[in-house]
Design a protein around this ligand. Structure first.
Ligand SMILES: Cc1ncc(COP(=O)(O)O)c(C=O)c1O
Length: 384
């Protein structure tokens, strides 16, 4: 794409649309990663991350790499060979955690949700025995659009001596999350979803309990690159030393995107994501599209609907992109061809963006009632 061309409206599963001030921050001159001016930016960015994660954890920083690097960093540091790890699986990202934990030699117990449903909390609690080392949960399952309740899982796993590890890639900044109140030990996210920052960093926060566990590991961390103790040697201002060169410009961009989140306020931002989800679903319902997930289980930043029978769903997505300038996503894995995934993340949790995607779908599905579909969406938005 040339820099002159208008960018598409990114309403898929991520990346999401990046606001102009974040792009401006990204384009600021690169300075050294040990330059005191950059270190001030890095410290401020970590402070903003604490606010957005709602935590007092000192060990809060962005892992250099995408969300997957966050998952890898979490698992290699907090899971050891032969550890008993319980994983809640309600989609492709839970599956990934199962596979990654197995590769580390953990004894994995998976607890599956019914299709399109979160994992039953009672089943999860029952799977957490006295030998548990960790419970790993995906808070916002982007492959299905399911929000996994966390309730008292933290207290429960702590009572048995384990840690609570959470993937917050699609929930951070767009769905209620309070790391300290939920007693989450390790949470990681990605920058390209509800934070509206380009991909490339994985915000992470780690409790003192988890750091203590890490200091008592039986085996060395099997990754040099993602060894948290070594990485903290750089992020911790009191003992700053070189570990690797962090992506300086992406950190500028992250600081700006977090400033936008904090200026709006988390509660207001969550309400806006709820309203966008309701508006989108009301419009999709009017178009005759069936949601995959029941109302109470929906992840506000990502809506999933079944594709209508007898249409070429890939061709419609392509036309949306080519002719309407709007990106939506296909299903993943078993759900490929079966569902569309429509993101209303950060700036796109707006009535304007919802209207745009509904109008494009109405025209491509030959529904022919663009104005009524919009008014359904507006009613649902204002009812929130
Ligand atoms: C829930 C979840 N976890 C992990 C990831 C992996 O993140 P990335 O693609 O940035 O590596 C994603 C990406 O979509 C995700 O949605």
């Amino acid at each position: 794409m040339s820099t002159q061309e208008a960018p598409p409206l990114l309403m898929g599963a991520g990346p999401s649309t990046v606001p102009p001030s974040v792009l401006d921050a990204l384009g600021a001159p690169t300075i050294g990663h040990l330059d005191p001016r950059f270190l001030e930016i890095a410290d401020r960015t970590n402070q903003l991350l604490r606010s957005v994660f709602r935590t007092a954890n000192q060990a809060t920083f962005a892992v250099s790499g995408t969300g997957s690097a966050g998952m890898e960093a979490m698992l290699v540091n907090f899971v050891e060979p032969d550890d008993h790890v319980v994983v809640a699986v309600c989609g492709a990202f839970g599956e990934r955690i199962v596979q990654a934990a197995q590769r580390l030699g953990a004894r994995v117990t998976r607890v599956d949700g019914e299709p399109g449903r979160p994992v039953d909390l009672q089943l999860l609690r029952r799977a957490i025995g006295p030998d548990v080392a960790a419970l790993a949960v995906v808070h916002g399952e982007t492959s299905t659009g399911v929000a996994q309740p966390l309730d008292d899982l933290g207290t429960h796993v702590h009572a048995r001596g384990g840690l609570l590890l959470v993937d917050c890639v699609t929930s951070l900044g767009g769905y209620p999350l309070d790391v300290d109140a939920l007693e989450i030990d390790v949470a990681f996210s990605g920058t390209q979803k509800c934070l509206n920052c380009p991909p490339g960093l994985a915000p992470m926060t780690i409790s003192d309990r988890a750091l203590d566990r890490m200091s008592r590991r039986r085996t060395p961390v099997p990754s040099w690159c993602f060894d948290v103790a070594a990485i903290l040697g750089y992020w911790d201002a009191s003992r700053r030393s070189y570990h690797h060169t962090p992506p300086v410009n992406t950190i500028y961009a992250l600081q700006e995107s977090l400033r936008l989140v904090c200026d709006e306020g988390l509660a207001a931002r969550w309400r806006r994501h709820a309203a966008a989800s309701a508006a989108l679903l009301a419009g999709l319902d009017h178009l005759g599209l069936e949601p995959l997930v029941a109302a109470e289980d929906r992840l506000w930043p990502l809506t999933t609907v079944r594709t209508p029978r007898g249409i070429d769903e890939a061709a419609i997505r392509r036309t949306l992109l080519d002719e309407h300038g709007i990106e939506i996503s296909a299903g993943l894995g078993d759900l490929k061809g079966e569902i569309w995934r429509i993101g209303t993340m950060g700036v796109n949790a707006s009535l304007e963006s919802v209207d745009a995607v509904l109008a494009a779908l109405a025209s491509e599905l030959d529904a022919g009632f663009v104005s009524t579909v919009r008014s359904r969406a507006a009613q649902a938005w204002h009812a929130q």
